[in-house]
Design a protein around this ligand. Structure first.
Ligand code: HEM
Length: 444
């Protein structure tokens, strides 16, 4: 066996690796590949990829091996929009920025965002009526966009936040197309998509720059994420340049809204299929809230609601795979993996392994009861990633998902209309092919 013996994997047909199936059906392709063992060889075109399936090996990579890895190529390409924000930066810059941005996510500060989250949910409720039909994924996207606007840039810039949001949607859609098409046109190619993308990117830059400028002048803490970023200083007393602030704001905006909206959309879908679980959520919410608005203080008491969100993200992880490229040779699972190989960690695959989860396809929120959850490997479930680059917004997102779900379910039942079925369309996140229509039923 050579020094770099490859783990087993699906046959490399037509010498294009698994490109075709990864493009048309990435979830199925990764699932099939994972049957070859804890590590499977999954080349794409001529690039070497290895799928890492088992929790222990995922931990050894993300938590212990992170110093010899960088983000995968697709994530690196996001830097055209995200600049050197937290998702795309590496090394010393990432370390410094992670510390600075963490100021905006300390628990005391996160709790103060609770009211803005609940206020956004009530604004959605104000638009709805008994018997209305809604597109659930679209409605959740509007709602989480509203939350990110309020918490990142403060409430009274809501319209601006929407402008940024719309532009960022154009950008996300462009990237999804690029991801789906392996032959990427060069940047100067005058396609309509590229034109829209450039215009949207210019809009975002202008709006965010104006907002930062205005905020620097005003100089007071408005209690939002941008204020926290402006105040953040490192040990030497240095803060962030305007360019760095712009990159972090756009990164938080993009990383923060689509993931949570998808988590909520999938949760409503699952609840519509499991009315007994839906009733149990409603009973808990009614008992905790009675007739008042939810607040951040209610979050720890909404235990069952939280278990539902956790279980929904196990079956339908909003980020279904993450990648890391090796900067050095790396020993893993009995193989020496060569520098340059990209490791893939697929939540979609690992969250559905029978060794970690009995009856893995069953929607069973009570697997997350503390005594049962204690038996689950820390890396058998990693919707927020792991190691030092774990999602910086994970507590924010959990609180947001729980408070929004609680507020909406207190007011309505969401019934899936007939002949609606969930068809996934994975892009950077676990999107759906077609939105699902639901009918609202007001609670008495
Ligand atoms: C359910 C919602 C969310 C999910 C499933 C999610 C998932 C993830 C995952 C898997 C990563 C790690 C990516 C990797 O290691 O390559 C990540 C990173 C990140 N997320 Fe989230 N996220 C969510 C919500 C949020 C929110 C609400 C924010 C901010 C307001 C946010 C901001 C970030 C940032 C800045 C990073 C990069 C962190 C770093 O590299 O230091 N995310 N997220």
């Amino acid at each position: 066996m050579g020094r770099y013996a490859k783990p087993p994997g699906p046959p490399n047909r037509f010498k294009i690796g698994n490109l075709r199936s990864m493009m048309s059906d990435p979830l199925g392709c990764m699932m099939d590949a994972s049957e070859y063992g804890p590590l499977s060889n999954l080349p794409l075109l001529h690039e070497p990829y290895v799928l890492v399936r088992d929790p222990e090996l995922i931990q050894q990579s993300l938590a212990q091996g992170h110093t010899v890895m960088r983000k995968d190529r697709f994530t690196r390409e996001l830097d055209r929009v995200l600049g050197k924000g937290l998702v795309t930066s590496e090394g010393d810059l990432w370390r410094r920025q992670r510390k600075l941005v963490a100021h905006a996510f300390i628990p005391r500060r996160i709790r103060t965002y609770g009211d803005a989250m609940v206020a956004a949910a009530h604004r959605s409720l104000a638009d709805w009526k008994d018997g209305h039909e809604i597109n659930i994924y679209e409605s959740m996207a509007e709602l989480t966009m509203d939350v990110v606007g309020r918490t990142l840039f403060d409430t009274d810039v809501r319209d601006t936040a929407k402008e940024v949001g719309d532009a960022l949607n154009v950008i996300s859609d462009y990237y999804s197309q690029v991801l789906e098409n392996p032959i990427k046109p060069p940047d100067w190619w005058p396609s309509p998509g590229m034109f829209r993308f450039r215009r949207a990117a210019r809009n975002v830059d202008r709006i965010v720059a104006e907002m930062i400028e205005a905020r620097r002048k005003a100089g007071r803490d408005r209690g939002d994420l941008l204020s926290a970023l402006l105040q953040a200083q490192d040990e030497e007393g240095g803060g962030m340049s305007n360019q760095q602030l712009r990159d972090e704001c756009i990164t938080l905006f993009l990383a923060g809204h689509e993931t949570t909206s998808i988590a909520l959309g999938h949760t409503f879908y699952l609840l519509s299929k499991h009315p007994e679980i839906e009733s149990k959520v409603h009973r808990e919410v009614a008992a905790v809230l009675e007739d008042r608005r939810a607040t951040a203080e209610d979050y720890p008491r909404l235990e069952y609601t939280e278990r539902v969100i956790k279980e929904s993200m196990r079956l339908y992880p909003p980020v279904y795979a993450i990648g890391r490229q090796l900067l050095e040779d790396f020993e893993l699972g009995g193989y020496t993996l060569e520098k340059g190989v990209t490791l893939l960690f697929a939540q979609w695959v690992t969250h559905r392994r029978p060794e970690s989860f009995t009856d893995p396809l069953r929607f069973d929120p009570d697997r997350w009861l503390p005594e049962r959850a204690a038996k689950i490997h820390r890396y058998a479930y990693f919707p927020f990633g792991g190691g030092p680059r774990i999602c910086i917004g994970n507590h924010f997102a959990m609180m947001e998902a729980v408070l929004l779900l609680a507020t909406l379910i207190r007011a309505y039942r969401f019934d899936l209309l007939p002949e609606q079925s969930l068809v996934l369309k994975p892009s950077v996140t676990l999107r759906v092919e077609k939105d699902l229509r639901m009918r609202l039923r007001a609670r008495s």
